[in-house]
Ligand binder design. Structure first.
Ligand SMILES: [Zn+2]
Length: 71
């Protein structure tokens, strides 16, 4: 019963800065998580100009150091 609704959609992404969906997203960074795969952070054309070309702009380094002394 489901009709083939195959409307070609542009790759719409939401801008991480102004929270507006854009049809021309620009990858401005990538978030890496310990659990599960990371995801790419997109910004619109206007906001992308405010982001420096960093590979990991939103990566948070968690203090996950373990003491190797196990007594
Ligand atoms: Zn934006």
């Amino acid at each position: 019963m489901a009709t083939g609704d195959r409307t070609p959609r542009p790759p719409v992404r939401m801008c991480v800065r102004c929270q507006v969906t854009t049809e021309a997203p620009v990858a401005v960074g990538a978030v890496h998580q310990n659990s599960g795969p990371g995801f790419t952070v997109y910004a619109c054309q206007a906001c992308a100009a405010h982001y420096p070309p960093q590979p990991d702009v939103l990566t948070v380094l968690l203090p996950s150091r373990r003491a190797e002394g196990d007594e």
